[in-house]
Design a binder for this molecule. Structure first.
Ligand SMILES: Cc1ncc(COP(=O)(O)O)c(C=O)c1O
Length: 383
């Protein structure tokens, strides 16, 4: 890493770019650490104990046929250990913490980042302290406590959960894995761009379609593709199309330059909880990436996402949750709006899948809190 630059309200890390930073041997079985020369870690051996990344790029022939898009690909991020792309960010933040001897990691989350953090911390022997809104799915809460995490439910909702988690990190010296706050989350997720480029035979797709919540998944792809250009490995970036739920679409409206109606800004009203974010943490960076890549933003209905879950299952053999399948639903809208040509090479990022805990949450590790004193008291009373 050479320098960090502030832009669109976020800190971005930059390197001494050159083609030698990208490995040249053909990728076979691999993990995201393959790209360690473009990650902010030194040459010491990686300590994070679970393989992350290196997820398959599927050609999905039956889906290509039924969708009428012969050059369609699925980047299947559900194959990560906790079933979402959030495992990448978790792994890099924990790797950094292990090297610095930090024993606790915290994050706020709509669900999947929390599950990834709970699982990653368990594997690494770290304590996880998670903040969620009181609306967080019971199944996801159960997964977090099953992995031994502490879970604090915040009645004021997701934005207040983020504030509390960040304040706890500052006050107690914990690792702050909050998406859109820690630049390492972007660095980790950009490895998806490198993988896609390598898996297509060192070629770029024309378009990538990506579900958008807080924005790091989208913005990191753009950064990854831009770094391939900076390394002199390619000359262009793919068009990036962001997908939000019709019932919570702040960035689609911002991109269109139109005010959103109240029915379009209701996170609790959509089945796609992972992308239901009212005030996206790095929304400006998403809009920059949309414009810079020549892409666009589309909103999709819950029915379209539920339909896409079924289509991914029966045409591609891929299990996805509605937020994860939003990319396939978005393909339909993008085709209708001529943002995508049927002959384009299109990669759908399928970001996550439902996971079952097999039991209820361990309520001795769950508390409702409104401030840091309550957090401290709950942790002091537990093991
Ligand atoms: C399944 C799924 N897809 C997409 C996203 C959106 O990612 P980001 O917040 O990086 O925009 C999330 C975030 O939680 C998610 O869980």
């Amino acid at each position: 890493m050479t320098k960090s630059v502030e832009s669109a309200g976020f800190e971005w890390l930059h390197y001494d770019y050159g083609s030698a930073l990208m490995p040249s041997d053909p990728p076979d079985s691999f993990t995201m650490w393959r790209y360690r020369d473009l990650l902010p870690i030194s040459d010491d051996p990686v300590r994070y104990p679970v393989p992350i990344g290196g997820t398959p790029l599927l050609s999905a022939p039956a889906l290509r046929e039924s969708a009428g898009t012969p050059n369609l690909w699925i980047k299947d991020e559900t194959r990560n250990p906790s079933a979402s792309n959030k495992d990448r960010a978790t792994a890099l933040v924990i790797e950094d913490g292990l090297r610095r001897g930090v024993g606790t990691i915290t994050t706020a989350s709509t669900g999947n980042a929390a599950v990834a953090t709970a699982f990653g911390a368990a594997a690494a022997g770290m304590r996880a302290v998670i903040f969620v809104s009181t609306g967080c799915q019971q199944e996801k809460l159960a997964l977090m406590t099953q992995a031994g995490a502490w879970v604090f439910r915040v009645p004021e909702g997701y934005a207040a959960a983020v504030d509390l988690s960040r304040a706890a990190a500052r006050t107690f010296g914990w690792l702050d894995r909050n998406t859109g706050a820690n630049p390492f989350t972007i660095e980790a997720k950009k490895t998806v761009a490198f993988e896609v480029w390598e898996q297509l035979g060192r070629r770029l797709p024309d378009v990538m379609i990506v579900p958008v919540g807080d924005g790091p998944t989208f913005a990191s792809l753009d950064k990854g593709f831009a770094e391939l250009v900076s390394c002199g490995l390619t000359t262009r970036r793919p068009r990036l199309i962001g997908v939000q739920a019709e019932r919570c679409q702040p960035l689609v409206r911002a991109w269109l330059g139109e005010p959103a109606g109240p029915a379009e800004l209701d996170p609790a009203a959509t089945v796609a909880d992972g992308i239901a974010v009212l005030r996206p943490a790095i929304g400006d960076a998403v809009l920059d990436a949309v414009r810079g890549s020549g892409g666009g933003m589309v909103a999709v209905s819950d029915e379209a996402m539920i339909g896409a879950v079924a289509t991914l299952a029966c045409r591609a053999g891929v299990g996805a949750e509605p937020a994860g399948a939003a990319s396939l639903a978005g393909l339909g809208s993008a085709l209708e709006q001529d943002m995508v040509d049927r002959s384009d090479t299109v990669v759908l990022l399928v970001t996550g899948r439902e996971v079952k805990a097999g039991g209820p949450p361990d309520l001795s590790r769950v508390a409702v809190v409104e401030n840091l004193d309550e957090v401290e008291r709950a942790l002091a009373g537990g093991s």
